[in-house]
Write a protein of this length. Structure first.
Length: 139
C-alpha cells in the first residue's frame, strides 16, 4: 500500500468564505499515483471546515445566512469563549456544524463522487494562513 501526504495553504482575506478545492485535491491524487484507495481531506484549524456539496452560489449564500443565524458573530459578548480575549467563538461553532473532514473513495485514479459533489474549504475566522491536509492511501 502507498501513502501520500500534502498540505494545502489558504489565506482568505475576509472573515468567512467558501473555496472549491476539488481541483487541488485532484492534483494531489494525480501526484500520488494511487489508483484505488481513500482520500482524506481535513481542515487543520479549529475555525475552518472541509465539506462536500454542490458548487452553486445560491447554496453558498444560504450556508452563510443559515450559519450566521445558528451562531451569529455579534454580539461578541454572548459567548463565554470570547471572554478570554478572542472574538471567534462563532467560528468554532460554525466549524462544528460544517465538519472537520471528508473521505472520498478513489476508483480508477479518480475521486469517486456522486452527481454534483465537490470538496470545499470553509473559512469562518479568516485573514490569516491556514492549512488543509490531504492524505491518500491505497495502491
Amino acid at each position: 500500500m502507498k501513502s501520500y501526504r500534502k498540505e494545502l495553504w489558504f489565506n482568505i482575506p475576509a472573515r468567512r468564505g467558501f473555496v472549491n478545492i476539488t481541483p487541488q485535491v485532484e492534483a494531489c491524487l494525480r501526484e500520488s499515483g494511487i489508483r484505488e484507495g481513500l482520500c482524506l481531506v481535513n481542515a487543520m484549524h479549529i475555525t475552518a471546515s472541509v465539506f462536500i456539496n454542490d458548487d452553486e452560489s445560491g447554496l453558498h449564500h444560504d450556508y452563510e445566512v443559515w450559519l450566521e443565524q445558528l451562531a451569529p458573530h455579534e454580539p461578541i459578548g454572548q459567548y463565554w469563549h470570547n471572554r478570554t480575549g478572542e472574538d471567534n467563538a462563532d467560528a468554532h461553532l460554525k466549524r462544528q456544524v460544517m465538519g472537520r473532514e471528508v473521505v472520498v473513495a478513489v476508483t480508477g485514479g479518480k475521486l469517486d463522487f456522486g452527481p454534483w459533489e465537490q470538496i470545499f474549504y470553509g473559512e469562518f475566522d479568516g485573514r490569516r494562513q491556514k492549512r488543509v491536509l490531504v492524505k491518500i492511501i491505497g495502491e
